[in-house]
Write a protein that binds this ligand. Structure first.
Ligand SMILES: Cc1ncc(COP(=O)(O)O)c(C=O)c1O
Length: 327
């Protein structure tokens, strides 16, 4: 195992299943479609952060931390899973969230409160600085904070997706699958960076196609390549990546981060009605909208395509009726 030397807190329900999406495939008249169910990783309704947090929390425990500090958008899935991991291991959780406290407490925010997290509102202040400031204040108060970066995307977090690619390659071998393309939502880059390092090391020959949720392709590819290089170095693997090696599609940015448009709404409703699968409005809904469009354009014809469902289900409840096509 590539990550055997790292401190690891066993949190996630692994391996996550791979399931066929034959009805969606038939509906779209498209290629063979599969889904990898990282929405079922556990940790307060699942998602990709559970894999990252295994290593982030593993290190925090090894460092004798007593509180996890992280941040994100008000409906951050990462913040919610970090709060759940903290509760699970008897640590405190301080979440620094962008903007002002909203009038209602829904979706991930509601779960954060139930999970016992302390929420601090960053207003218009820079999020990274606000996270560091919160950690400083905790230190001054005699606490031992571990800062978990935005999105859980550093080398430790990305290691979770190196291990995930190992898991996928093993599943492929057992089930005699031959996956040509993996499609998923990419934002802070840790998921894609880990998958890239894992793919290189495990000899996965297919495409690893990140659908950008919030960044131009160039910026995201640069970020993923940098993080993949750091992660490879950290794991003592010989691989190096340039931005040109990173497969990113930024055609589905729509109205911007967390703005639900027709494409996301259609994808969310289609996956729900045809496959009984719940997507989230910000990440997997957008990535699925990209997948549907690529299928309709014929760009994935003849391929076996794995949609890596990275979770976010709780976020659905933070957007209310905006996700509906009828009411
Ligand atoms: C549900 C979901 N999918 C995908 C992502 C993107 O993963 P990454 O930040 O590792 O690129 C996130 C990040 O917050 C997420 O919450």
């Amino acid at each position: 195992m590539l990550t055997a030397k790292l401190n690891r807190a066993r949190i996630a329900h692994l391996p996550t299943p791979i399931e066929p999406m034959d009805r969606l495939s038939a509906h779209l008249g498209g290629p063979r479609l599969l889904v990898k169910r990282d929405d079922e990783t556990g940790l307060a309704t699942g998602g990709n952060k559970a894999r990252k947090l295994e290593f982030l929390v593993g290190q925090a425990l090894a460092d004798n931390a007593d509180v996890l500090v992280t941040g994100g958008a008000p409906q951050s899935n990462h913040a919610r899973q970090t709060a759940a991991a903290a509760a699970r291991f008897g640590l405190g959780a301080v979440l620094v969230l962008r903007g002002q406290k909203p009038a209602t407490c829904t979706g991930n925010l509601l779960l954060n409160m139930l999970l016992g997290a302390e929420i601090r509102w960053a207003g218009e202040r820079d999020l990274d600085q606000s996270i560091d400031q919160a950690a400083d204040e905790l230190r001054h108060a005699g606490r031992r904070p571990a800062v978990v970066p935005y999105g859980g995307s550093n080398m430790l977090g990305a290691a979770g997706y190196v291990a995930a690619m190992e898991e996928l390659v093993e599943q492929q071998a057992h089930s005699k699958l031959a996956i040509d393309v993996i499609v998923f939502a990419s934002s802070s880059g840790g998921t894609q960076a880990g998958l890239m390092v894992g793919a290189k090391q495990c000899g996965f020959a297919g495409r690893v196609l990140g659908i950008s949720v919030d960044k131009p392709a160039g910026a995201l590819a640069t970020r993923v390549a940098t993080l993949a290089n750091e992660t490879a170095g950290f794991l003592e693997l010989p691989w190096a990546f340039a931005p040109a090696d990173i497969d990113v599609n930024d055609h589905y940015l729509g109205g911007g981060y967390a703005v639900i448009g027709e494409a996301e709404r259609e994808a969310i409703n289609l996956f729900a009605r045809i496959e009984g699968l719940l997507l989230d409005p910000v990440y997997t809904g957008r990535a699925a909208a990209g997948l549907i469009d690529l299928v309709r354009r014929g760009d994935l014809a003849g391929e076996t395509v794995l949609f890596w469902h990275t979770g976010g289900t709780a976020g659905l409840f933070g957007f209310g009726e905006q996700v509906l096509t009828r009411w």
